[in-house]
Design a binder for this molecule. Structure first.
Ligand SMILES: NC(=O)c1ccc[n+]([C@@H]2O[C@H](COP(=O)([O-])OP(=O)(O)OC[C@H]3O[C@@H](n4cnc5c(N)ncnc54)[C@H](OP(=O)(O)O)[C@@H]3O)[C@@H](O)[C@H]2O)c1
Length: 333
Protein backbone atom coordinates (compact mmCIF):
# COMPACT_ATOMS: atom_id res chain seq x y z
CA UNK A 1 0.00 0.00 0.00
CA UNK A 2 2.80 2.34 0.99
CA UNK A 3 4.69 1.36 -2.17
CA UNK A 4 1.65 2.21 -4.32
CA UNK A 5 1.29 5.57 -2.59
CA UNK A 6 4.97 6.36 -3.21
CA UNK A 7 4.65 5.38 -6.89
CA UNK A 8 1.47 7.49 -7.20
CA UNK A 9 3.20 10.41 -5.52
CA UNK A 10 6.23 10.14 -7.86
CA UNK A 11 3.94 10.01 -10.90
CA UNK A 12 2.15 13.17 -9.73
CA UNK A 13 5.48 14.93 -9.10
CA UNK A 14 6.75 13.80 -12.54
CA UNK A 15 3.71 15.20 -14.38
CA UNK A 16 3.66 18.38 -12.29
CA UNK A 17 7.32 18.98 -13.12
CA UNK A 18 6.68 18.32 -16.82
CA UNK A 19 3.73 20.74 -16.83
CA UNK A 20 5.91 23.34 -15.16
CA UNK A 21 8.60 22.97 -17.84
CA UNK A 22 6.01 23.16 -20.64
CA UNK A 23 4.83 26.42 -19.11
CA UNK A 24 8.10 28.20 -18.47
CA UNK A 25 10.26 27.01 -21.40
CA UNK A 26 10.17 28.66 -24.82
CA UNK A 27 11.07 25.42 -26.62
CA UNK A 28 10.74 21.67 -26.16
CA UNK A 29 12.69 20.06 -23.33
CA UNK A 30 15.25 18.27 -25.56
CA UNK A 31 16.13 21.48 -27.36
CA UNK A 32 16.32 23.35 -24.07
CA UNK A 33 18.70 20.77 -22.60
CA UNK A 34 20.79 20.77 -25.78
CA UNK A 35 21.13 24.54 -25.58
CA UNK A 36 22.89 24.17 -22.20
CA UNK A 37 24.38 20.70 -22.14
CA UNK A 38 24.63 19.70 -25.80
CA UNK A 39 27.21 20.35 -28.52
CA UNK A 40 27.89 24.08 -28.75
CA UNK A 41 27.07 25.83 -32.03
CA UNK A 42 30.76 26.54 -32.55
CA UNK A 43 31.25 22.81 -33.31
CA UNK A 44 29.79 23.67 -36.72
CA UNK A 45 32.74 25.99 -37.42
CA UNK A 46 34.15 25.50 -40.92
CA UNK A 47 31.12 23.55 -42.16
CA UNK A 48 29.25 24.70 -45.25
CA UNK A 49 25.58 25.48 -44.54
CA UNK A 50 23.17 26.54 -47.30
CA UNK A 51 20.17 28.55 -46.08
CA UNK A 52 17.28 29.21 -48.46
CA UNK A 53 15.22 32.29 -47.63
CA UNK A 54 18.27 33.98 -46.09
CA UNK A 55 17.32 37.54 -47.07
CA UNK A 56 14.87 38.10 -44.21
CA UNK A 57 13.46 36.89 -40.88
CA UNK A 58 14.45 33.53 -39.45
CA UNK A 59 16.80 32.58 -42.32
CA UNK A 60 18.70 35.84 -42.06
CA UNK A 61 18.97 35.59 -38.27
CA UNK A 62 20.16 31.98 -38.56
CA UNK A 63 22.86 33.07 -41.01
CA UNK A 64 24.07 35.62 -38.46
CA UNK A 65 24.20 33.12 -35.58
CA UNK A 66 26.11 30.64 -37.71
CA UNK A 67 28.51 33.29 -39.04
CA UNK A 68 29.25 34.36 -35.46
CA UNK A 69 30.37 30.76 -34.95
CA UNK A 70 32.61 30.63 -38.02
CA UNK A 71 30.28 28.62 -40.26
CA UNK A 72 30.74 29.09 -44.02
CA UNK A 73 27.48 30.01 -45.71
CA UNK A 74 25.51 29.85 -48.91
CA UNK A 75 22.74 32.46 -48.83
CA UNK A 76 19.92 32.23 -51.35
CA UNK A 77 16.62 34.08 -51.86
CA UNK A 78 15.21 36.39 -54.55
CA UNK A 79 16.17 39.76 -53.08
CA UNK A 80 19.87 40.10 -53.91
CA UNK A 81 20.21 43.48 -52.17
CA UNK A 82 19.02 42.00 -48.85
CA UNK A 83 21.20 38.94 -49.38
CA UNK A 84 24.26 41.17 -49.80
CA UNK A 85 23.26 43.11 -46.67
CA UNK A 86 22.97 39.79 -44.79
CA UNK A 87 26.40 38.80 -46.03
CA UNK A 88 27.94 42.06 -44.77
CA UNK A 89 26.28 41.61 -41.37
CA UNK A 90 27.56 38.03 -41.21
CA UNK A 91 31.11 39.07 -42.11
CA UNK A 92 31.24 41.70 -39.43
CA UNK A 93 29.69 39.34 -36.82
CA UNK A 94 32.26 36.65 -37.63
CA UNK A 95 34.95 38.91 -36.16
CA UNK A 96 37.37 38.14 -38.98
CA UNK A 97 36.97 34.36 -38.85
CA UNK A 98 35.12 34.44 -42.21
CA UNK A 99 36.47 36.01 -45.40
CA UNK A 100 34.27 37.32 -48.23
CA UNK A 101 34.82 34.02 -50.08
CA UNK A 102 33.38 32.07 -47.15
CA UNK A 103 29.91 33.47 -47.77
CA UNK A 104 28.44 32.78 -51.17
CA UNK A 105 25.39 34.81 -52.20
CA UNK A 106 23.28 33.42 -55.05
CA UNK A 107 19.95 34.99 -56.00
CA UNK A 108 17.55 32.09 -56.45
CA UNK A 109 13.80 32.01 -56.86
CA UNK A 110 12.90 28.65 -55.36
CA UNK A 111 9.96 28.41 -57.77
CA UNK A 112 12.34 28.30 -60.73
CA UNK A 113 13.06 24.61 -60.38
CA UNK A 114 15.13 24.57 -63.57
CA UNK A 115 17.81 26.66 -61.80
CA UNK A 116 18.15 24.40 -58.77
CA UNK A 117 20.73 22.08 -60.31
CA UNK A 118 22.85 24.96 -61.68
CA UNK A 119 22.80 26.67 -58.30
CA UNK A 120 23.73 23.41 -56.61
CA UNK A 121 26.66 22.99 -59.01
CA UNK A 122 27.82 26.54 -58.28
CA UNK A 123 27.81 25.82 -54.54
CA UNK A 124 29.88 22.66 -54.95
CA UNK A 125 32.25 24.34 -57.43
CA UNK A 126 32.83 27.14 -54.92
CA UNK A 127 33.14 25.21 -51.63
CA UNK A 128 33.90 21.71 -52.96
CA UNK A 129 31.40 20.40 -50.42
CA UNK A 130 28.08 20.96 -48.70
CA UNK A 131 27.41 19.84 -45.14
CA UNK A 132 23.92 21.09 -44.29
CA UNK A 133 21.02 22.27 -46.45
CA UNK A 134 18.48 24.37 -44.53
CA UNK A 135 15.13 24.51 -46.38
CA UNK A 136 13.79 27.70 -44.89
CA UNK A 137 12.23 29.74 -47.73
CA UNK A 138 8.47 29.84 -47.40
CA UNK A 139 5.34 31.93 -47.07
CA UNK A 140 2.52 31.68 -44.56
CA UNK A 141 -1.19 32.28 -45.17
CA UNK A 142 -4.28 34.03 -43.85
CA UNK A 143 -7.43 32.87 -45.60
CA UNK A 144 -10.85 31.40 -44.87
CA UNK A 145 -10.96 27.67 -45.59
CA UNK A 146 -13.84 27.56 -48.06
CA UNK A 147 -12.80 30.71 -49.93
CA UNK A 148 -9.31 29.56 -50.89
CA UNK A 149 -8.83 29.40 -54.64
CA UNK A 150 -7.35 26.03 -55.59
CA UNK A 151 -4.55 27.88 -57.40
CA UNK A 152 -3.46 29.35 -54.06
CA UNK A 153 -3.24 25.81 -52.65
CA UNK A 154 -1.07 24.91 -55.62
CA UNK A 155 1.16 28.03 -55.45
CA UNK A 156 1.70 27.59 -51.73
CA UNK A 157 2.58 23.91 -52.08
CA UNK A 158 4.93 24.73 -54.97
CA UNK A 159 6.94 27.06 -52.73
CA UNK A 160 6.62 25.61 -49.22
CA UNK A 161 6.75 21.94 -50.19
CA UNK A 162 7.80 21.03 -53.73
CA UNK A 163 10.67 23.50 -54.09
CA UNK A 164 12.16 22.25 -50.80
CA UNK A 165 11.69 18.62 -51.83
CA UNK A 166 13.25 19.23 -55.25
CA UNK A 167 16.33 20.93 -53.81
CA UNK A 168 16.63 18.32 -51.06
CA UNK A 169 16.61 15.51 -53.63
CA UNK A 170 19.65 17.11 -55.26
CA UNK A 171 21.33 17.30 -51.86
CA UNK A 172 20.52 13.69 -50.96
CA UNK A 173 21.88 12.52 -54.32
CA UNK A 174 25.03 14.59 -53.74
CA UNK A 175 25.50 13.21 -50.21
CA UNK A 176 25.07 9.66 -51.46
CA UNK A 177 27.39 10.06 -54.44
CA UNK A 178 30.06 11.52 -52.21
CA UNK A 179 29.61 8.90 -49.54
CA UNK A 180 29.12 11.76 -47.13
CA UNK A 181 27.77 9.94 -44.10
CA UNK A 182 27.25 13.25 -42.33
CA UNK A 183 24.83 14.63 -44.89
CA UNK A 184 22.31 16.78 -43.05
CA UNK A 185 19.05 18.33 -44.24
CA UNK A 186 17.01 20.73 -42.14
CA UNK A 187 13.55 22.04 -42.80
CA UNK A 188 11.77 25.01 -41.24
CA UNK A 189 8.32 23.71 -40.44
CA UNK A 190 5.96 25.40 -37.98
CA UNK A 191 3.58 24.68 -35.12
CA UNK A 192 1.17 24.38 -38.06
CA UNK A 193 3.25 21.35 -39.12
CA UNK A 194 1.59 19.22 -36.44
CA UNK A 195 -1.48 21.20 -35.30
CA UNK A 196 -4.16 22.56 -37.61
CA UNK A 197 -3.93 26.36 -37.64
CA UNK A 198 -7.16 28.27 -38.29
CA UNK A 199 -7.27 30.52 -41.37
CA UNK A 200 -4.23 28.82 -42.86
CA UNK A 201 -5.48 25.61 -44.43
CA UNK A 202 -3.09 25.46 -47.38
CA UNK A 203 -0.17 26.44 -45.15
CA UNK A 204 -1.11 23.86 -42.50
CA UNK A 205 -1.43 21.24 -45.23
CA UNK A 206 1.94 22.23 -46.68
CA UNK A 207 3.80 22.11 -43.37
CA UNK A 208 2.17 18.76 -42.51
CA UNK A 209 3.27 17.50 -45.93
CA UNK A 210 6.87 18.47 -45.21
CA UNK A 211 6.79 16.26 -42.11
CA UNK A 212 5.53 13.37 -44.23
CA UNK A 213 8.20 13.76 -46.88
CA UNK A 214 11.08 14.20 -44.48
CA UNK A 215 9.97 11.45 -42.07
CA UNK A 216 10.05 9.10 -45.06
CA UNK A 217 13.52 10.31 -45.97
CA UNK A 218 14.65 9.73 -42.39
CA UNK A 219 13.62 6.07 -42.57
CA UNK A 220 14.74 5.45 -46.13
CA UNK A 221 18.20 7.02 -45.86
CA UNK A 222 19.54 6.49 -42.34
CA UNK A 223 22.84 8.11 -43.34
CA UNK A 224 21.12 11.44 -43.96
CA UNK A 225 20.37 13.38 -40.81
CA UNK A 226 17.00 15.12 -40.96
CA UNK A 227 16.22 18.04 -38.64
CA UNK A 228 12.67 19.38 -38.58
CA UNK A 229 12.46 22.66 -36.68
CA UNK A 230 9.00 24.07 -35.90
CA UNK A 231 8.93 27.70 -34.78
CA UNK A 232 5.85 29.15 -33.15
CA UNK A 233 4.91 32.81 -33.72
CA UNK A 234 8.13 34.72 -34.41
CA UNK A 235 8.86 38.30 -35.45
CA UNK A 236 9.64 38.45 -39.16
CA UNK A 237 8.23 39.78 -42.41
CA UNK A 238 5.95 36.75 -42.85
CA UNK A 239 2.57 38.45 -42.32
CA UNK A 240 3.26 40.98 -45.06
CA UNK A 241 4.16 38.19 -47.43
CA UNK A 242 1.46 35.69 -46.44
CA UNK A 243 -0.78 34.16 -49.10
CA UNK A 244 -4.50 34.93 -48.87
CA UNK A 245 -7.48 33.28 -50.63
CA UNK A 246 -6.87 34.91 -54.00
CA UNK A 247 -3.97 34.08 -56.32
CA UNK A 248 -1.38 36.84 -56.72
CA UNK A 249 -2.41 38.72 -53.54
CA UNK A 250 -0.64 39.06 -50.21
CA UNK A 251 -1.89 39.67 -46.67
CA UNK A 252 0.21 42.86 -46.50
CA UNK A 253 0.06 43.43 -42.75
CA UNK A 254 3.25 43.90 -40.76
CA UNK A 255 3.60 42.18 -37.40
CA UNK A 256 3.17 44.65 -34.53
CA UNK A 257 5.94 45.33 -32.04
CA UNK A 258 3.35 44.71 -29.29
CA UNK A 259 2.66 41.16 -30.52
CA UNK A 260 3.59 38.27 -28.22
CA UNK A 261 6.13 36.56 -30.46
CA UNK A 262 9.58 35.10 -30.11
CA UNK A 263 12.38 37.32 -31.39
CA UNK A 264 14.04 36.17 -34.62
CA UNK A 265 17.38 36.12 -32.80
CA UNK A 266 16.14 33.69 -30.13
CA UNK A 267 14.41 31.56 -32.75
CA UNK A 268 17.59 31.43 -34.85
CA UNK A 269 19.76 30.63 -31.84
CA UNK A 270 17.56 27.64 -31.01
CA UNK A 271 17.59 26.61 -34.68
CA UNK A 272 21.40 26.64 -34.67
CA UNK A 273 21.40 24.54 -31.48
CA UNK A 274 19.10 22.05 -33.22
CA UNK A 275 21.51 21.87 -36.18
CA UNK A 276 24.61 21.50 -34.00
CA UNK A 277 22.94 18.73 -32.01
CA UNK A 278 21.28 17.09 -34.98
CA UNK A 279 17.86 17.05 -33.32
CA UNK A 280 15.28 15.15 -35.34
CA UNK A 281 12.17 17.15 -34.40
CA UNK A 282 11.98 20.18 -32.16
CA UNK A 283 10.00 23.34 -31.68
CA UNK A 284 10.12 26.80 -30.16
CA UNK A 285 7.50 29.33 -29.09
CA UNK A 286 6.60 31.39 -26.08
CA UNK A 287 3.71 30.38 -23.77
CA UNK A 288 1.30 28.76 -24.53
CA UNK A 289 2.88 27.33 -27.72
CA UNK A 290 4.97 24.79 -25.80
CA UNK A 291 1.88 23.57 -23.97
CA UNK A 292 -0.17 23.30 -27.12
CA UNK A 293 2.68 21.48 -28.87
CA UNK A 294 3.17 18.86 -26.17
CA UNK A 295 -0.53 18.22 -25.77
CA UNK A 296 -1.05 18.21 -29.55
CA UNK A 297 1.72 15.70 -30.15
CA UNK A 298 1.41 13.45 -27.10
CA UNK A 299 -2.29 13.63 -26.27
CA UNK A 300 -4.23 14.22 -29.50
CA UNK A 301 -7.60 13.44 -27.91
CA UNK A 302 -7.03 15.93 -25.10
CA UNK A 303 -5.87 18.40 -27.76
CA UNK A 304 -9.20 18.15 -29.57
CA UNK A 305 -11.08 18.78 -26.32
CA UNK A 306 -8.80 21.66 -25.37
CA UNK A 307 -9.02 23.34 -28.77
CA UNK A 308 -12.81 23.05 -28.65
CA UNK A 309 -12.72 24.80 -25.25
CA UNK A 310 -10.30 27.48 -26.45
CA UNK A 311 -12.36 28.14 -29.57
CA UNK A 312 -11.21 29.09 -33.06
CA UNK A 313 -11.06 32.86 -32.50
CA UNK A 314 -8.96 32.62 -29.36
CA UNK A 315 -6.68 30.09 -31.07
CA UNK A 316 -6.26 32.55 -33.94
CA UNK A 317 -5.40 35.28 -31.45
CA UNK A 318 -2.82 33.07 -29.76
CA UNK A 319 -1.37 32.37 -33.18
CA UNK A 320 -1.34 35.98 -34.29
CA UNK A 321 -0.33 37.04 -30.79
CA UNK A 322 -2.37 40.22 -31.15
CA UNK A 323 -4.53 42.05 -28.66
CA UNK A 324 -7.91 43.46 -29.65
CA UNK A 325 -9.67 46.42 -28.13
CA UNK A 326 -13.06 45.01 -28.89
CA UNK A 327 -13.79 41.41 -27.97
CA UNK A 328 -16.25 41.29 -30.85
CA UNK A 329 -13.65 42.20 -33.44
CA UNK A 330 -13.57 39.65 -36.22
CA UNK A 331 -10.58 37.39 -36.40
CA UNK A 332 -7.76 39.24 -38.19
CA UNK A 333 -7.54 36.56 -40.81
N1 LIG B 1 7.62 33.93 -38.53
C1 LIG B 1 6.88 32.97 -38.01
O1 LIG B 1 6.07 33.20 -37.09
C2 LIG B 1 7.05 31.55 -38.51
C3 LIG B 1 6.50 30.52 -37.73
C4 LIG B 1 6.63 29.23 -38.17
C5 LIG B 1 7.31 28.94 -39.32
N2 LIG B 1 7.87 29.95 -40.06
C6 LIG B 1 8.59 29.58 -41.29
O2 LIG B 1 9.85 30.20 -41.28
C7 LIG B 1 10.32 30.30 -42.63
C8 LIG B 1 10.90 31.69 -42.84
O3 LIG B 1 9.87 32.64 -42.72
P1 LIG B 1 10.04 34.01 -41.94
O4 LIG B 1 9.09 34.01 -40.82
O5 LIG B 1 11.45 34.30 -41.67
O6 LIG B 1 9.43 35.01 -43.03
P2 LIG B 1 10.10 36.12 -43.95
O7 LIG B 1 10.78 37.14 -43.11
O8 LIG B 1 9.02 36.56 -44.86
O9 LIG B 1 11.21 35.31 -44.77
C9 LIG B 1 10.85 34.45 -45.82
C10 LIG B 1 12.07 34.14 -46.64
O10 LIG B 1 11.67 33.25 -47.71
C11 LIG B 1 12.15 33.78 -48.94
N3 LIG B 1 11.30 33.46 -50.06
C12 LIG B 1 9.97 33.69 -50.22
N4 LIG B 1 9.57 33.31 -51.44
C13 LIG B 1 10.67 32.84 -52.08
C14 LIG B 1 10.91 32.31 -53.37
N5 LIG B 1 9.93 32.20 -54.30
N6 LIG B 1 12.16 31.92 -53.68
C15 LIG B 1 13.16 32.04 -52.79
N7 LIG B 1 13.00 32.53 -51.56
C16 LIG B 1 11.77 32.93 -51.21
C17 LIG B 1 12.21 35.30 -48.72
O11 LIG B 1 13.20 35.88 -49.56
P3 LIG B 1 12.92 36.74 -50.89
O12 LIG B 1 11.63 37.47 -50.69
O13 LIG B 1 14.13 37.62 -50.99
O14 LIG B 1 12.87 35.72 -51.99
C18 LIG B 1 12.67 35.38 -47.27
O15 LIG B 1 14.07 35.33 -47.21
C19 LIG B 1 9.12 29.97 -43.53
O16 LIG B 1 9.26 28.66 -44.02
C20 LIG B 1 7.94 30.06 -42.57
O17 LIG B 1 6.89 29.22 -42.96
C21 LIG B 1 7.75 31.25 -39.68
Amino acid sequence: MILLSVIGFLVVIYFAFQFLLWTVLDCDIELFLASFLGRPIRKLRGKVVWITGASSGIGRALAKVLATNGVRLVLTARNSRELEATKQECLSLSGGSLKADDILVIPLDMLKFAFHQDTFNRVIAHFKSLDILVNNAGRSQRAEWNKIDINVDRELFELDVFSAIHLSRLAVTYFEQNNNVLGQIAVTSSTAGYIGAPNSASYTGAKHALHGYFESLRHEKPNINVNIYCPGPTFSNFLNEAFVETPGQKYNQPVQSTDRRMTTDRCAHLYAVALANNIGLCWSGIFPINWISYIGLYYPNIKRLLLALIGTKRLQRIRDSQRYNNANDPSPA
